[in-house]
Design a protein around this ligand. Sequence first.
Ligand code: ADP
Ligand code: 5GP
Length: 204
Amino acid sequence: MKLKGAILVLSGPSGAGKSSLYKKLAQEFPNHYFSISSTTRQKREGEIHGVHYNFISKDEFEAGINNGEFLEWARVHNNYYGTSKAQVIQALEEDKLVVFDIDVQGQINLKKAFPRHTTSVFVTTPNKSILQERLGGRGSDGDSVIQTRLKNALDEVKSLPNYDYLIINESLDEATSKLLCIARSAFCKASLYELESFLQNWEK
Ligand code: ADP
Ligand code: 5GP
């Protein structure tokens, strides 16, 4: 099976701007597939089942784990989050850019599953107080949820050296242009090519 697409992973603290950046990227890369995760967390206002996440119950999620349906899964902020296998493999076979918004643990597991295809980007605000402002400004989470997310943020930022690229999202326009460069480079990785088939064509 030849997988000719590329994987782009976005991680970073909640509120850093991953969804905002993804929306910009989606306009420039029509041939992409956003990996829709499954989660047991409550739906936020404006979120749609099957678009932002597949919102499922804890029982359904645990059955999925037991049936081996997830490429990777993790418990984040007391909820389950996971990536289904089948659609990701199909999108890679169709030469697509497969975009993930997953946490640090998910990134490590994805890199293990697809080491040749994965490019990873860590997104963060310039500092913690700006993160707090943005989480408050988003207006989607209550105070206690925001406090949990802020508490987890420092640990997440400590994982930054595990990533290929860092985007400090101060100006959204600048951060978007950096992400577009990285997404284009993801398709130029030498490791995407299988040497044997490359040489067969090259020698013709
Ligand atoms: P994430 O997906 O990482 O949780 P969001 O994309 O939801 O983060 O962004 C969190 C909040 O910050 C949103 O209200 C968004 O509009 C805002 N935001 C994102 N990027 C910027 C930026 N560069 N400057 C100011 N506000 C931003
Ligand atoms: P949120 O609740 O803000 O949408 O997401 C919380 C965290 O869960 C974020 O760090 C996000 O990247 C992560 N996340 C979302 N989907 C997945 C997934 O499928 N797997 C893993 N490991 N993390 C995920």
